[in-house]
Design a protein around this ligand. Structure first.
Ligand SMILES: C[C@@]1(CC(=O)O)C2=NC(=C\c3[nH]c(c(CCC(=O)O)c3CC(=O)O)Cc3[nH]c(c(CC(=O)O)c3CCC(=O)O)/C=C3\N/C(=C\2)[C@@H](CCC(=O)O)[C@]3(C)CC(=O)O)/[C@H]1CCC(=O)O
Ligand SMILES: NC(=O)c1ccc[n+]([C@@H]2O[C@H](COP(=O)([O-])OP(=O)(O)OC[C@H]3O[C@@H](n4cnc5c(N)ncnc54)[C@H](O)[C@@H]3O)[C@@H](O)[C@H]2O)c1
Length: 167
């Protein structure tokens, strides 16, 4: 599989289903909230390490948690996107098959070959959103590129502030 075309979707108030509440799911919820999505989380359980952050997400009113094992009927046409970060082949299979039936783009965090789209590393700056994804072979390289872009944007802000101070 080669590179994927980046699409910048308006997800404000759009419904997104996230399956799982572990480290990967919570990292993705954090990113999606930056863009105002309405997120439904289906998870069998919330691991100890993610409880506090998930509680904070619930308090925003933009995230709701449904504690259960994923079933086919949970995936309905109201969702714009579905992201499965359960690390469970059965959940991955249900999500893939049901989304295909309904024509909903699906991302499977444990198997890129099943994913219709990749979840990018995201950097936001003043009025900018940058999404980075590689060919899926080297996730570390994607993370390093994101870190570089983050520091470039931060440097640009500093330069702007310095110039502002002088005028
Ligand atoms: C960008 C970022 C966004 C995010 O996840 O938020 C992201 N992966 C990140 C980190 C990361 N990923 C993995 C580790 C563990 C250590 C390691 O293996 O390195 C870590 C490190 C960590 O978790 O800290 C393992 C891993 N990742 C994928 C698979 C399955 C497979 O390749 O088939 C497996 C094996 C799972 C297993 O073994 O079961 C697949 C995908 N991961 C992607 C995105 C998509 C496009 C990636 C690209 O451009 O290459 C893609 C293809 C599909 C998708 O998931 O959309 C984020 C970094 C940015 C940031 O930190 O800001
Ligand atoms: N793409 C990436 O960036 C990346 C990075 C690391 C790991 N991974 C993959 O993502 C998966 C998830 O990683 P994690 O560390 O967040 O895992 P985790 O085990 O901490 O969390 C999994 C979550 O999914 C829930 N879950 C499991 N099966 C379910 C089911 N059938 N129905 C409903 N909920 C279910 C669990 O209750 C838990 O909340 C890993 O298995 C790995 O394959 C992907």
């Amino acid at each position: 599989m080669g590179l994927h075309f980046p699409v910048f979707l308006d997800i404000e108030d759009k419904k997104i289903l996230l399956v799982g509440a572990g480290q990967v799911a919570v990292r993705r919820i954090r990113t999606l909230l930056l863009f105002g999505a309405d997120i439904a989380v289906i998870a069998r359980e919330v691991p100890e390490g993610q409880r506090q952050e998930l509680e904070e997400f619930l308090e925003t009113g933009k995230v709701r948690l449904i504690r259960k094992c994923l079933e086919k009927a949970d995936i309905t046409p109201e969702y714009l996107l579905v992201i499965c970060a359960a690390g469970d082949p059965e959940a991955d299979r249900i999500a893939k098959e049901r989304c295909q039936e309904l024509g909903i783009p699906v991302n499977i965090a444990s198997d890129r070959r099943l994913s219709d789209f990749y979840f990018p590393a995201v950097v936001t700056g003043e009025n900018l959103a940058v999404g980075i994804a590689g060919d899926g072979e080297d996730h570390g390289r994607t993370a390093r590129a994101a870190a570089l872009i983050r520091s470039c944007l931060a440097g640009e802000e500093e330069t702007k502030k310095d110039k502002g101070d002088r005028t």
